[in-house]
Design a protein around this ligand. Sequence first.
Ligand code: AHR
Length: 326
Amino acid sequence: MRRGIGLLLIAALLLAVSGCGTDREAEPAVPHAVVVGFSQLGAESSWRIANTESMVNAAASYGYVLMMENANQKQELQIKSIRSFIASRVDVIVFSPIVETGWDNVLREAQQAGIPVILMDRMIETSDDSLYTAYVGADFYAEGVRAGEYLIRKADALGAEHMNIVEISGTIDSTPMRDRQRGFMDAIAGDPRFTVIDSISGDFLRSKGEECMTTLLDRYGADGIDVVYSHNDSMTLGALDVMDRAGIRPGQDIVVITVDGEKEAVAELKKGRINCIVQCTPALGGSVMALVQGLTDGRIVPKISHPVEGTYSDLDDLDDPEMEGF
Ligand code: AHR
């Protein structure tokens, strides 16, 4: 009797699995929504907030599910997020590395799991380029060069014989910090009119930009500084507040060069309180999602993509409609 029931159960199971005995047509497999795991590094600047928005909007317009985590400026949280994306078997991982080093192990885990990784905004330092599939972001070295080239033109226009430069840099060991510094130094190298007298990090934060400017003025006084080269607008805007309180006229007493192009900085450029903005666009979401589509379609995608960016300055047309800011 028991054996009979057992056989009946097996037969029922086989029918259910094979669909035999029903007149249902075989159903086509339902394609699942593409899932993108995205680790954003933080919310340190207006640039970053605009960049996050760009990613969210682009994912929505492609109909992708965006699993987003914010690492609050901590590399260990980014590594944890990437591990959780691997465990969730997302289709593609996108992340913006806070610093360049220390990613090989976790990226190897993603590679072993067969999940492609797109670096967005910032690069990594690795001896194994196969650990990431693509990079989408600015050419930060070129940005630094553009800042230096502007300064050369400005010194010519002012007829300056010598200029003392202070640098307020971004997060130590991040790609924009390293490359904006290198590009700038290379562009002014060999020009005896320029001396970089100090460089301190403001971590891309407005509050720290304020602290840095206060320290620099304490060290050198207003008369000892001719140029501030700041690696982003947030820090620059903090530095302008300090100059205002100290009775210094930014843009006139001190040449101010900044990077990004947020609306508030563009307004300061138009008022003559910032002399030059090297553009760095946060609108990378569309390019990233186009790559995600390419990868999920099985296409080969370009390894490196840079957006087209410009430079806006008091030596150019301030009514340039391109110079709108974000
Ligand atoms: O990596 C891009 C830089 O990071 C932007 O210039 C800065 O504003 C941001 O915090």
